[in-house]
Design a protein around this ligand. Structure first.
Ligand code: FEO
Length: 380
């Protein structure tokens, strides 16, 4: 039991290699699900398809011979919805509760209609002592998403919001994997996360039960503030991220020089070789720090492939409110800086530093002086 009448029935996934087919999750993943035991019994979401038996057994244990009345579906992504049909088959009298859009998706996934209650903003479902209010949260992460507030325990069932990568039986820092999860998965939807946070401001919340990651039940201001910072695309930590690609080491030498100069002045530097490091970690850091230096080679009359993937990943996620500088390398016709800058044209509130550097094959004395100027600008 987590709290009065609320039980955890989720599962840990250590079989997974890539979450959502792309995110490396070395410490696995948790698919959380909860049961509220009251006059009426509500099950909060299901779990990934691989864990049907474990999930149903967890529920059985909590039910202790009783029968569930409701399955609340807050999100239809299969990591949470895959077992809806299996639960209904086991408990045919259960009523499924979700948004209109959730039921449309249910039909698409399972080709079936269920006994249902369609809910909209601020609809209430009484279980007895517990009274559940449904709050629409479109695009946090999919359009059908809603969160659920239990007035009795002041608990927010937050769907994907406030989730993180990592199974619950592994100890790790919350913010690091929550930030990588946030920017990887819902980073694009800052405005929608802001809408949800504004709605939640009128609820007193003492516990957050997300669909991934640990239950949050103390110092909630810390988590709520981080979500404010992330969804407003504000700088979380002062410092410079240097993201680079280097084919033969000359570009790397230039950014190492820049890094040394910045660090010699006590500036926090995150140094990332985009061809070798986790792309989701790189994306997370680009949003975390306020200044970003991008260094790459001209390649096939374009920019180096991993730099292109990186910049595209930032733009897709509404990258904004940052200071940028560019370093290019080319042995003939360098055009990488121009291409990189053009890619950011659609982004809001980007400030370009005055010093941008062109390396012709290897670092020249002129380049060394330019790196000094760039360091000085970044330290301002
Ligand atoms: Fe955890 Fe968007 O599913």
């Amino acid at each position: 039991m987590i709290n009065k009448d609320i039980y955890y029935v989720g599962v840990n996934d250590h079989q997974i290699d890539l979450f959502e087919g792309q995110f490396v999750v070395e410490n696995g993943m948790a698919y959380n699900s909860y049961v509220i035991m009251d006059d009426k019994i509500a099950i909060m979401d299901s779990v990934d398809a691989k864990f049907t038996d474990e999930w149903l057994a967890n529920i059985d244990k909590v039910l202790n011979g009783r029968t569930p009345d409701y399955l609340i579906v807050s999100h239809m992504e299969p990591d949470h919805s895959a077992n809806i049909d299996n639960l209904v088959n086991k408990y045919p009298n259960i009523t499924v509760v979700g948004t209109m859009m959730a039921f449309k998706m249910m039909k698409q996934f399972f080709n079936k209609d269920y006994q249902k209650i369609v809910v909209k903003e601020k609809d209430i479902l009484n279980l007895g002592k517990h009274s559940l209010t449904f709050i629409m949260a479109p695009n946090v992460h999919w359009p059908e998403v809603m969160v659920t507030y239990d007035m009795n325990t002041k608990t927010l069932f937050s769907a994907d919001a406030f989730g993180k990568f990592g199974a619950l039986d592994v100890e790790e820092d919350w913010a690091c994997e929550a930030r990588r999860y946030y920017f990887g998965i819902v980073g694009r939807f800052g405005a929608q996360v802001q809408m949800l946070l504004n709605k939640l401001a009128s609820y007193e919340i003492e516990m957050i039960c997300p669909l991934h990651g640990p239950i949050l039940d103390n110092n909630l201001a810390y988590y709520l503030n981080l979500y404010q910072t992330w969804s407003k695309y504000e700088t979380e930590t002062e410092g410079v991220m240097i993201a680079y690609t280097s084919v033969y080491g000359h570009t790397k030498k230039a950014v190492e020089l820049l890094k040394d100069k910045l660090e010699a002045n006590n500036c926090k530097v995150v140094f990332c070789d985009l061809a070798r490091e986790d792309m989701a970690e790189a994306v997370e850091d680009a949003f975390r720090y306020g200044k970003l230096v991008l260094a790459t080679t001209t390649y096939n009359a374009d920019i180096f492939p991993t730099m292109k993937v990186f910049i595209d990943a930032l733009i897709e996620r509404n990258y904004q409110k940052k200071k940028l500088a560019f370093i290019e390398n080319g042995s003939w016709g360098p055009i990488a800086n121009k291409i990189m800058k053009a890619m950011f044209e659609k982004c809001k509130d980007i400030t370009y530093l005055d010093t941008n550097i062109t390396i012709l094959s290897s670092i020249s004395d002129k380049n060394i002086a330019e790196i000094d100027s760039l360091a000085a600008e970044l330290l301002k």
